[in-house]
Unconditional design. Structure first.
Length: 392
């Protein structure tokens, strides 16, 4: 028996919106507390006001993502995917005046009014929608599946994912490439492909990574030229992670300062504006270190708990969805958020190498925040259009 019919706007997941509001408050407070300790040329910029504007624009993006039934996304899937690939190719061949290098990578367009625009951020959403569409349509077409159908689906997933991952990796942007791989891995796991194929795929990937490491150790010059386009910045980051104190005058500086800041916060932190450890990217990639220094273990635990609850809500939405397409969308978003959160927090405490991945919803940045808000809009869309049955 079906429950009384309600409009999608009456089924909005207010728990998710409340968690989003709490993350907004933490973001504004953290950026405000980091402001006095930023480099001199950045202190006169009101990052708090700009971040609030980004959140307002993001709320508009959530509204836009909820206007139409999420099932309609299938109709524009290939337009979105093609547009994303076009932006990545255009970024690669754009002159430095339009797309300048930053930390050895060309990752964003620099427009006069809009500011930095990162195509790779929006490619995450486009890839989630495209892969979800392909998996859903494949499973609808092949209801009775054998090994042949599983390999066909796996081939589709690999071909679709290869182009954006390659283009982003060549920027070079290893962090975002790994985010896309995380999205792909999560969707492969729930795609219905047989487990023995998935296990074999992961074993092959592990062996591939092992061979790449051995290639670098034996032929470092060839590896840098062939796989990194001659740019060894990512290799230097790994050394900065493994030996931060030996490289404190260079690539290990950020990690040492981050661990010092978090450690000095101890249990309850030093208090608002009591940030005595200088962090070069305090309001963006290393915002978690600011929280750790000023609010201590209690503050960082609160942030991690909020992220855990947010991911739980998205998983809950994916499980409750009656439409496989909606489930795949939510799973892809879970893969994106989980990796970004784990990677950002892991790099600030020295658990993982330093990458340019921001902390979702908290780090300052328009492209990243808008992408995160759009994905939440998609999750709310799926939740609001899920039909519930009394005896389900």
């Amino acid at each position: 028996m079906k429950k009384e019919s309600r409009s999608p706007w009456q089924q909005i997941d207010y728990t998710t919106l409340f968690l989003l509001f709490l993350l907004l408050c933490i973001s504004l407070i953290s950026i405000y507390s980091a402001q006095p300790n930023l480099p001199v040329h950045l202190r006169n910029i009101n990052f708090v006001a700009q971040q609030f504007i980004f959140y307002v624009v993001g709320l508009g993006a959530i509204f836009l993502a909820m206007i139409v039934d999420f099932d309609r996304f299938k109709q524009i899937t290939w337009y979105l995917y093609g547009f994303g690939i076009f932006l990545l190719i255009a970024l690669r061949f754009s002159p430095d005046s339009i797309a300048p290098y930053s930390f050895g990578a060309k990752r964003a367009f620099d427009f006069p009014i809009i500011g930095n625009f990162m195509p790779s951020e929006f490619m995450k959403i486009f890839l989630i929608i495209t892969l979800s569409t392909v998996i859903a349509q494949h499973n609808e077409k092949y209801f009775e599946k054998g090994l042949r159908e599983d390999f066909i689906l796996l081939g589709k997933i690999v071909l679709i994912s290869l182009a954006p991952i390659f283009l982003i990796f060549r920027q070079p942007d290893l962090g975002t490439s790994l985010v896309l791989l995380s999205i792909v891995a999560c969707l492969v796991i729930v795609s219905g492909i047989r487990w023995r194929i998935i296990i074999g795929l992961f074993v092959t990937a592990f062996l591939g990574i092992f061979l790449l490491v051995q290639t670098y150790l034996r032929f470092p010059d060839f590896f840098v030229k062939a796989f990194l386009g001659g740019n060894d910045f990512q290799i230097k980051r790994i050394y900065g992670w493994l030996q931060p104190y030996e490289n404190i005058g260079g690539i290990g500086y950020q990690l040492v300062k981050s661990m010092t800041a978090i450690g000095s916060g101890q249990l309850s932190g030093k208090g608002l504006h009591e940030n005595t450890v200088y962090l070069p990217e305090a309001h963006t990639d290393f915002i978690f270190a600011v929280i750790g220094e000023q609010f201590g273990f209690i503050g960082t635990s609160l942030v991690v708990s909020l992220f855990f609850m947010l991911i739980y809500r998205i998983i809950h939405t994916s499980i409750e969805s009656n439409d496989p397409f909606g489930t795949y969308l939510c799973v892809g978003i879970v893969g994106m958020f989980t990796f970004q959160i784990f990677q950002n927090i892991g790099m600030t405490i020295g658990l993982l190498p330093v990458t340019g991945i921001p902390l979702p919803f908290i780090s300052y940045g328009g492209s990243s925040l808008l992408t995160s808000m759009l994905t939440i809009g998609i999750v709310l869309n799926v939740a609001s259009r899920t039909k519930k049955y009394m005896f389900d």
